[in-house]
Design a protein around this ligand. Structure first.
Ligand code: ADP
Ligand code: ASP
Ligand code: MG
Length: 448
């Protein structure tokens, strides 16, 4: 059994869905469970609609445009028109919900219920298109399987419930030769209230299902030839990696490589199930295999494997002379972050000062107010984290000098190297991010 996940660009239009059908046809003997994201840009459009107070006409127009994209695909693929009635009914429901949120503040629960439409619609279309192409598909609603807590927009699944329900529901279907088609990204609480796993969460869904079903592999189909030495949108000469370890992929994803959701590797580590990242526009390529083994093969002669960056970062600095020689200070500090449920990405600590980075600014004011009780606090905004990742970092002396030489003259702020020493991260000004990545890429991978 395999899990095959198709991202938004892989189901963007009829031509893409046709490619998806052929990819699945070739994998029938592998008993695929298919996970799909919303059509490209649909989640963005739905969330924008939910958050902006547009006029009734504008809401109608935006919903019609979204529905039309699905109709267009249905019109071009035999059999794919079957779910249109359902999609129209749900679009009416969505319209009512959006109008209802006008009279009150939009909640995170609203956002999840609204965003979920994207995956529900795309999966119905793909299931119908597969059936129309002679492949026996079954549309499966993931919500009663992906039972989560109620932390809307970043819900956590209950793994044991998920494992049992995924096995009970999906395995018999796949074993009987049917192709289950289900949604990434979305779930529901035990009482059936819709939730989502966070942006880009379909990769995580695929991995969770892969682990639950003890799949042979999890295929992530996207719009580039696997994991690359940098984001090809920033570095035109970026090269594909044949392989990477879970650890490397997780570091890259955590620090901005959008190609994988940062949690994707987590459920697969225990069973050692590989993730294969492939390009649906170039399906004959071999992509990147991400697995448990440390990958020793180098890209050219580079000691590093890839460079990623993430913008929208805030740096919080705390200077507290009482830290000197005291114990328990960091615990007190982190309790503040725990209380405000704010994740810290990078940390650098000196004798009397600590610098750390956060992405979620929603509780920044409260955080700063409480941290000010521990010492002098100052905040730097519009920063980016750059991460240099690769197992070669462990064994290559003088690498830091090479990195910082290449980065110069950009100003480097918080520097950190994890204990696993497969990554080196630092902070720069947001506007310097792309150039820093390009300069590092030139230094470590050359320009061709
Ligand atoms: P999908 O809709 O298939 O989930 P995403 O847009 O979420 O696709 O992720 C794919 C994109 O990730 C690529 O188009 C690429 O621009 C970006 N990306 C960022 N870093 C990397 C990297 N190191 N290797 C490959 N792609 C990357
Ligand atoms: N459609 C969702 C998003 O855009 C989930 C995903 O693409 O993985 O975030
Ligand atoms: Mg994605």
């Amino acid at each position: 059994m395999i899990v095959a996940k198709f991202g938004g660009t892989s189901v963007a239009d009829a031509a893409s869905v046709r490619r998806v059908i052929e990819i699945i046809r070739l994998r029938r003997k592998d008993r695929p469970v298919v996970v799909v994201s919303a059509l490209a840009k649909v989640t963005d459009a739905l969330l924008k609609l939910a958050q902006s107070a547009e006029s009734d006409d504008a809401v109608d127009q935006a919903i019609s445009a979204l529905v039309q994209r699905h109709e267009q695909i249905a019109a071009e693929l035999p059999g794919a028109g079957q779910p249109l009635r359902q999609i129209h009914a749900e679009a009416d429901e969505l319209r009512r919900e959006l109008l209802a949120t006008r009279t009150r503040a939009v909640t995170a629960a609203d956002l999840d219920a609204i965003a979920a439409r994207g995956e529900l619609w795309s999966s119905r279309l793909v299931a119908a298109a597969l059936a129309g192409a002679g492949l026996e598909s079954v549309w499966v609603d993931i919500r009663p399987i992906m039972v989560t807590d109620g932390r809307f927009t970043r819900a956590t699944p209950y793994i044991q419930v998920l494992n049992k329900r995924a096995r009970d529901c999906l395995r018999p279907l796949a074993d009987s030769g049917k192709i289950p088609v289900t949604q990434g990204f979305i779930g529901a609480t035990a009482t059936g209230v819709p939730t989502t796993l966070g942006r880009g969460g379909s990769d995580f869904t695929a991995a969770l299902l892969g682990a639950a079903l003890d799949a042979e592999r999890v295929e992530i189909w996207t719009d580039v030839d696997g994991l690359m030495t940098a984001d090809p949108r920033i570095v035109s000469t970026a090269r594909s990696l044949k392989a990477a370890s879970y650890e490397e992929a997780a570091e890259l994803a955590t620090f901005g490589a959008k190609i994988l959701h940062p949690a994707t590797a987590l459920p697969l580590v225990r069973a050692g199930i590989p993730i294969v990242i492939l390009n649906s526009k170039h399906p004959e390529g071999t992509g990147t295999t991400v697995g448990p083994e440390a990958v020793l093969e180098r890209v050219g002669d580079s000691p590093i494997r890839s460079i990623s960056w993430k913008q929208g970062i805030t740096v919080i600095n705390i200077r507290a002379p009482r830290m000197l020689g005291a114990y328990g200070f960091l615990r007190t500090l982190f309790e503040v972050f725990e209380r405000y449920e704010t994740v810290v990405d990078v940390l650098a600590s000196g004798e009397v000062s600590v610098s750390l980075t956060i992405e979620d600014r929603s509780r920044l004011d409260s955080l700063v107010r409480e941290l000010a009780e521990l010492g002098e606090v100052w905040v730097e905004e519009r920063r980016a984290i750059v991460a240099v990742v690769g197992i070669g970092l462990r064994t290559t002396p003088g690498l830091a000098a090479r990195v910082f030489n290449a980065v110069w003259p950009a100003n480097v702020e918080v520097i950190s190297q994890g204990a696993s020493s497969i990554n080196m991260t630092f902070v720069v000004r947001e506007e310097d991010g792309p150039d820093v990545v390009r300069r590092l890429h030139r230094e470590f991978f050359g320009s061709d």
